[in-house]
Ligand binder design. Structure first.
Ligand code: HEC
Length: 124
């Protein structure tokens, strides 16, 4: 009787232990937390000159990233930024885990862009 009980306990233990080993970790895309206190003029605008974005986006057609912070923000709102919606804004999606024209941004730069867009893309 004791042996049967021991075998039952061992069986239950092995079953439970093997269950926990079978859990497959889901592969999630890296989630970058937004910096919701990011301001355009000090936390987003400098990214463009620091990463030589302005070399291609200097005003010869397409998106222009040169000029005063207010002017650059206005240009972005024409096509690349949808206020409060970073997931549909190219300025964010182009750099979220991938890179655009071989230009990757750091995690904190992407965090600033995401936070600024999702806080209304203000002229601040
Ligand atoms: C080698 C040239 C080159 C560099 C460097 C470059 N881009 Fe671009 N980018 C382009 C081209 C070409 C397009 C498509 C045409 C356009 O909208 O200007 C584009 C499009 C974009 C768009 C979408 C514009 C729209 O209205 O659809 C965004 C946003 C953008 N770039 C941001 C950046 C940022 C930010 C950087 C720097 C980290 C950067 N780009 C660096 C060439 C470049």
């Amino acid at each position: 009787m004791k042996i049967k009980l021991l075998i039952l306990i061992a069986f239950v233990f092995v079953t439970i232990a093997s269950c926990t080993k079978d859990i497959i970790e889901p592969k999630l895309a890296p989630v970058i937390p937004p910096n919701t206190s990011a301001k355009f003029s000090t936390d987003v605008y400098p990214i463009f000159a620091n990463n030589s974005c302005t070399g291609c986006h200097g005003g010869a057609g397409g998106l222009t990233l040169t000029g005063t912070p207010s002017a650059v923000r206005a240009n972005l709102l024409l096509s690349a930024v949808i206020p409060n919606s970073s997931v549909t804004s190219k300025l964010y999606t182009f750099f979220n885990g991938t890179s655009h024209k071989n230009k990757s941004l750091t995690t904190s730069e992407v965090s600033n862009i995401k936070g600024w867009i999702d806080s209304g893309a203000l002229d601040n």
